[in-house]
Design a protein around this ligand. Structure first.
Ligand code: URA
Length: 235
């Protein structure tokens, strides 16, 4: 969206007064002075200020995907370990953001981050059964019955209810893609432990119809498009 249109939609400035404010250097986008009303902005994630004051901080929710690297924890504070938010220096009000569910410290791949609690509930609530696909490298060759056992549901150590049916695809003897529809604590690692195996590396590839952007290097993130946000919203 054009910056001048955004300003006229969200303030009492007309489009021409918005352009004038920009030319006068009174508007910034992500703390950089804007030069032209034609500048394209992303209303969901860019931080727009007029005369030093945020315009839509309260109006627009923010939505990101990150390629989580190993070693960062999915929490808003942790005395011992670096946080996923530590790589998001360019964002304002980091304390308002939360991760949509969690990945373990050693798990890599697709992590969604937002300040929209309703949206994250749509994704994490067990009621909605959003599919999550992981690529796992295993310590031992996979047993022959694994597909069948996972499709029936397995009982995890310390749990009473078996897991929901999950889909397993073999890439090689010790590499698989696993799609699950719930988000229990350490679920993937515990599912393979239930087969007497061990996960050596784990990488999340997709959530629902959102796939990790292959252009994102580990530790990098980008704003989601409006279509991506909509795609995970439960109708
Ligand atoms: N399952 C796990 O065991 N770990 C994760 O990080 C995600 C799913």
């Amino acid at each position: 969206m054009r910056l001048d249109k955004y300003l006229s939609d969200h303030t009492d400035l007309t489009r021409s007064l918005a352009s004038k404010s920009i030319r006068q250097g009174r508007v910034s986008v992500n703390r950089i002075k804007a030069k032209s009303g034609a500048q394209k902005i992303h209303p969901l994630s860019d931080h727009i200020q007029l005369n030093g004051e945020a315009i839509a901080a309260q109006l627009a929710n923010r939505y990101f995907m990150m390629n989580k690297p190993q070693g960062l924890v999915c929490a808003n504070s942790d005395g011992d370990h670096p946080l996923v938010f530590d790589v998001m220096h360019a964002e304002h009000n980091l304390q308002k953001l939360h991760t949509v569910g969690r990945l373990d410290k050693d798990t890599t791949g697709l992590l969604l981050i937002t300040d929209d609690g309703h949206w994250s509930h749509c994704i994490t609530s067990p009621k909605h059964h959003q599919a999550k696909t992981y690529r796992a490298r295993l310590a031992e060759p996979l047993i022959a019955e694994a597909e069948q056992l996972f499709s029936q549901g397995v009982t995890l150590k310390d749990d009473v209810k078996p897991t929901l049916p999950a889909q397993l695809e073999r890439i090689s003897e010790q590499e698989v893609l696993l799609t699950i529809h719930e988000g229990r604590y350490h679920q993937v690692k515990r599912m393979f432990a239930a087969l007497g195996n061990r996960v050596e590396t784990l990488h999340r590839h997709s959530i629902g119809s959102i796939t990790l952007d292959s252009d994102l290097l580990p530790g990098h993130y980008r704003a989601l498009s409006e279509q991506e946000v909509q795609a995970l919203q439960v109708k």
